[in-house]
Design a protein around this ligand. Sequence first.
Ligand code: G4P
Length: 194
Amino acid sequence: MKLLRDKVISDGIVLNNQVLKVDSFLNHQMDPVLMQEMGKEFARLFAEQGVTRVLTIESSGIAPAIMTALELGVPLIFARKQKSLTLREDIFTEKVYSFTKQETNEVTVSKKFIHATDRVLIIDDFLANGEAAFGLARIVEQAGASVAGIGIVIEKAFQPGGKNLIEAGYRLKSLVRIAGLEDGQVQFVEVDEA
Ligand code: G4P
């Protein structure tokens, strides 16, 4: 997606060979026009998949996911990382380990919001090792529902998440794919003029 790639080039900061800082438009301050365009692009990419719900994980996945859900005309659910005071029973739970943050989160979704008949589109901001996406997919599968696809804003293609998700049979679409972050520069996997 050209608009997003341009934004990564102009506003992204390469912190080191592993981490790209995008807190001026995605992870802290958010660019609503860009979010809306990303929602349209995800809706276009998954238009044929019969999506009935969008699922993400708090917090940075919520903005692109809500725009996607708006475009598709379906609800958005976000998995919680903190236990909710009111969410006591009837929850799906999965452990998600973050290599980047070196911590394990127990993520939860109420059983009220995903049903066996659902086709769930998973959306997240970053794909690194795929732990969050696999955790969300396991929640969908716990519900007896099917994963309609996985949409990622920024895939770090030099980490194994994308390859592992495709090998596991998921339909993965990433808006930009980063080949490497060497020498303070963002290298993209391919030029996508969409
Ligand atoms: P994985 O799910 O693909 O295995 O990724 P990993 O555990 O390594 O990532 C954990 C957190 O770090 C996620 O945010 C993810 O979005 C973020 N992250 C991973 N790589 C990068 C990067 O290069 N740049 C930035 N800015 N973030 C990265 P999170 O813990 O869910 O935080 P948030 O959604 O509340 O912001």
